[in-house]
Write a protein that binds this ligand. Structure first.
Ligand code: ADE
Length: 231
């Protein structure tokens, strides 16, 4: 039967979903907490991966190899690059990119390593449609489909923000989704990123983040639960 892997970087981003799960066992692997059980009757393994591309990639591979999950959902918060996205809004990934990948000095396009096949890791179309459908369960929360840019930096400087927008036409920035996209691609496993906006990824955005991270984290969790109900 189907098993879902859900990756949430931080406790705030994880706790709503964990509170809705019937947990059968908890395991610590590579210093990450894995919660195995069911969510709305669906077999689920939820992991708190920690922040950043390496942590989320390791957690994703463990979910695939050891827990044999059939697809990956990444839950969390993000900074808005697209000005139409406001705090609490949801971004459903169409695809993702790693904005800090840079071999341009040896003639690779931004976001692509020499040995990689792609720049943009496409999210699973069926999961995107399911997420869109699930937004009906969250009236009053706006959601959009778009591009996630990930890198090992919290973006709050205008210069960096504008570079990421002009280079990748990304809608949100965060620190894990693109790495999970790459792991999913390498393993030929469907994936999707669900992020809610915590800050505008611009000057002073760190304060917005502190203020709104809880609200945003919950909205992402709620949408994922609505998706799973509709599986
Ligand atoms: N996650 C939430 N806000 C972010 C930002 N501004 N940059 C990177 N990751 C984030």
């Amino acid at each position: 039967s189907l098993t879902i892997g859900i990756i949430a970087p931080m406790e705030e981003e994880l706790k709503l979903l964990r509170s809705k799960m019937d947990i059968e066992s908890t395991e610590k692997l590579a210093n990450f907490e894995f919660y195995k059980g069911t969510l709305d009757g669906v077999d689920t393994v939820l992991v708190r991966s920690g922040i950043g591309k390496v942590n989320s990639a390791v957690a994703a591979q463990i979910l695939i190899t050891l827990y044999k999950v059939n697809f990956l959902i990444n839950s969390g918060v993000a900074g808005a690059l697209n000005p139409k996205l406001k705090v609490g809004d949801i971004l459903i990934s169409r695809d993702s990119v790693q904005h800090d990948v840079d071999q341009t000095a040896i003639d690779e396009p931004p976001g692509k390593f020499e040995d990689a096949d792609v720049i943009y890791y496409k999210a699973d179309e069926r999961l995107v449609r399911l997420a869109q459908e699930a937004t009906k369960g969250l009236p009053g929360v706006k959601s959009y489909i778009g591009r996630v840019a990930s890198g090992d930096q919290f973006v709050s400087e205008e210069k960096r923000r504008n570079e990421i927008i002009s280079t990748f036409q990304a809608d949100v920035v965060e620190m894990e989704g693109g790495a999970i996209g790459q792991v999913a691609y390498l393993n030929r496993i469907p994936y999707i990123i669900i992020r809610s906006i915590s800050d505008p990824a611009s000057e002073g955005g760190g304060e917005d983040y502190q203020k709104f991270v809880k609200l945003a984290a919950k909205n992402a969790g709620y949408l994922i639960e609505e998706m799973i109900k509709r599986l």
